[in-house]
Design a protein around this ligand. Sequence first.
Ligand code: AMP
Ligand code: GLY
Length: 437
Amino acid sequence: MKVLVVGSGGREHAIAEAFARSRYNPKIYAVMSNVNPGIRRLATDYLIEKETNVPAVVEFAEHHNVDLAVVGPEAPLSAGLADELETNGIPTVAPVKDAARLEFDKAWTREFMARNKIKGTPRFKVYRDYDDACRYIGEFPDSVIKPAGLTGGKGVKVMGEHIHTHAEACEYIASVLKNDRVVIEERLKGEEVTIMAFVDGKNLSPMPTVQDHKRAYENDQGPNTGGMGSYTDNTELLPFMLMSDYEEGVEIMRDTVTALHKELGVRYRGVLYGQFMITRDGMKVVEFNARFGDPEAMNVLTLLKTDFVDICEAIVDGSLDKMKIDFDRSASVCKYVVPEGYPESPVKNAPLAIDEKPEFKVYYASVNEKDGKVYTTSSRSLAVVGVADTIANAEVLSEMGLASVHGKFHCRHDIGKEQLIRKRIEHMEAIRGDRAF
Ligand code: AMP
Ligand code: GLY
């Protein structure tokens, strides 16, 4: 069997590893935009190319006669890569463009959710007109301003956090409207969590909940990043979460997949990523992504016990309802090593090395391997994952990983530590107020 992995980050290294663990022993082919040493080691052959170059990816897949493709990042999905692979007879674990719209068009998604009365839709408005948008933010200052399109998570401005005055808000609205529509929505308050699910068009099989850490510096300070690290507990829940939160989140995701089919006749296949705020009024959708999260994929795929090839085949066959997907009942803590100065002025081409040890897993990300040495790029470099019976013990193992890195780098040591988790629990208790917890 031959499989194709598209993408060059930590998420895709984890996907390639999941294939490498399969009892079918598939040959792995990769398309990546940088030489990820982890993927390179696992791959029979690879192509260094932009993942959005759809014809080049399809040609590589056809040349190697791959049986199945998995697409990691979002950009190729909005370029129609899944559609083209499918058209060329390559079953693909990723949604076609019409379904991936859930991620790359936030305005459409909010309107779609409202039309289909999907639970957990926050109050929102979509504007093309500057005056109308400015008037609305004046009326509802406790809001969030987002461009409708893809921004790598960096286009969202939260009033009271990134923007403080009406004038600043209008200035930002004007800059967004230059090349996009603007979405203004209710500022949700609570704890943010990620629930990802395997989806085969009809059936949805959820994974354990993960919490990512978007801010660059410890104690959730500094600019937003692609994610500095993430953890899972030894159940599907996180320490501040109720089973009813999880069930509500999964139900919202299931209703969304059903509504997509009903409204557009499109079957969503692949991984659906639901980003939720657990609020006083239950689960609210912050956004959907049409793929695994990065870093979240490194947590769940490290814990995955079921053969990943069987899962991918069930996704493309529409038979997920016939299989039980198991995860190791352990906790996991993932921490990213990023270049010094990341995200604002990352130091590129700095040498980095890690002594790999059995106590932790290493996933390489946006680095380049040259003459056997690894160098940073402007994005996240590599991640270490600790797995143990408790979050605290997994965190200790992830720190062993960080202590094994040579070179200059930045990371967040606080992820998964008792103090930060306590803060999350107390925050959620305050949000829920007198509600049962
Ligand atoms: P997104 O690109 O939609 O994931 O947004 C990036 C980040 O902005 C999210 O992870 C949240 O922390 C924050 N955010 C987005 N939408 C909202 C909202 N409606 N209320 C509060 N925070 C939000
Ligand atoms: N970790 C956030 C994302 O993958 O979008």
